[in-house]
Design a protein around this ligand. Structure first.
Ligand code: 13P
Ligand code: 13P
Ligand code: MG
Ligand code: MG
Length: 371
């Protein structure tokens, strides 16, 4: 059976500040999902969240970019926004960038990651949700899972994985895409995906099929809104086992709390901390950025789960290290590399300060110039 897995997410109000979602808002999300299932729009659902971002995890048979599914998510986020306003939640409607829905969610604020595939006899899938970061944050772990034999033993010892995978990379600034065939092209690919603020892995494919095995949300809010409205806080879904990385190989990259952009005001680098679903509430300096992992076995489109994959002591060292790295970064205060480089600060509220001071900058005299 061909099934579509859709994760559609939005921040429509934070409780308190940008740290969590109010239970009344989550209830509304669950009610809407239950109703959609009742009506036959979706096969199954799981309502989830990370920090102040609500995720609707849904299965259906309508394919990606489906108008009915996107409209349902849009209407749901709009109605949750009303509750956020009633309860005075912070940034109520933050990711609702426009009023009129016109066919799909592109450019409207919410992020989405969707893939359609033939369900296998057993179909383990992991849904990752992040807060206080950007879509390119999935580049590092996707590379590790599908291209690095030091992470994924199967690339070496499983004959069905030995040929490697294809990666679809999007240039979010020029709106172009390219497919890299790996391992042959890993050096070429790394030139781009090592710059995650611009180049983002959208899909991973097996070499012998056009069916995706991983998908990410690539929406960048500042590119849609033309101003800073909050961080993108992306989602990702990865299929596992039987010719794909094992569940443990998919989770392994997160045992290293690598650095991502998006902490505090979307303007700082920090460690990406893997946490169980009870610990998805970023509070220290609005962070550190974090990721939760919900594991499911799909059966006839039913989401059997979730299992809370990072609620495991084997990630304690990653968390401890993340906190040490957080201390280290925090001591830099407003200095780079804790604060983002200037070209990325353009997408924050900093240009207003620059504008205010622009007339006070005067050219250096002949004597003062060094070249
Ligand atoms: P599969 O090849 O069946 O996915 O098994 C690999 C495995 O689970 C090893 O950890
Ligand atoms: P969110 O993008 O999660 O809303 O956070 C915004 C922010 O400014 C946190 O400091
Ligand atoms: Mg927020
Ligand atoms: Mg958020």
């Amino acid at each position: 059976m061909k099934v579509t897995l859709s994760i559609i997410k939005a921040d429509v109000g934070g409780y308190v500040g940008h740290s969590d979602v109010h239970p009344a808002m989550l209830n509304r999300a669950r009610e809407a999902l239950a109703e959609a299932k009742e009506k036959g729009l979706i096969i199954d659902y799981c309502q989830a969240k990370c920090g102040d971002d609500i995720a609707l995890i849904m299965t259906h048979t309508k394919g990606p970019d489906n108008e009915d599914i996107h409209r349902f998510a849009w209407d749901t986020f709009k109605s949750i926004t009303e509750i956020a306003k009633e309860l005075g939640q912070y940034g109520a409607g933050q990711d609702i960038l426009t009023d009129a829905f016109s066919g799909n969610l592109r450019g409207m604020g919410p992020g989405f990651a969707e893939m359609e595939f033939e369900e296998r006899k057993s179909e383990p899938v992991i849904c990752f949700l992040a807060d206080k970061t950007e879509p390119g944050s999935w580049n590092f772990p996707l590379y590790k899972m599908f291209a690095d034999p030091f992470n994924t033993a199967g690339l070496v010892i499983d004959p069905t994985m030995h040929d490697g995978f294809r990666f679809e990379v999007h240039d979010l600034i020029e709106e172009k895409k390219i497919i890299f065939s790996c391992p042959e092209e890993i050096y070429d690919m790394l030139v781009f995906i090592g710059a995650p603020s611009r180049y983002v892995i959208k899909h991973v494919f097996r070499k012998d099929s056009d069916e995706p095995v991983a998908v990410t949300s690539t929406q960048r809010l500042f590119l849609m809104a033309g101003r800073y409205v909050g961080k993108d806080d992306p989602v990702m879904a990865v299929r596992c086992q039987s010719g794909l990385p094992a569940v443990g190989e998919v989770l392994e990259p997160f045992a290293f709390p690598y650095t991502v952009a998006g902490w505090m005001r979307g303007s700082h680098h920090g460690p990406f901390m893997p946490v169980g679903m009870d610990w998805d509430t970023p509070t220290r300096f609005d962070g550190p950025p974090r990721v939760v992992a919900l594991g499911f076995q799909l059966k006839d489109g039913k989401l059997v789960g979730p299992r809370d994959m990072f609620a495991d002591p084997s990630y304690d060292n990653a968390r401890r290290r993340a906190l040490d790295i957080a201390d280290y970064y925090r001591q830099h205060g407003p200095f780079e590399p804790h604060r983002l480089p200037l070209d990325e600060m353009e997408y924050t509220t900093m240009p207003k300060v620059v504008e205010k001071l622009k007339d006070r900058f005067i050219p250096l005299s002949e004597k003062e110039r060094d070249r």
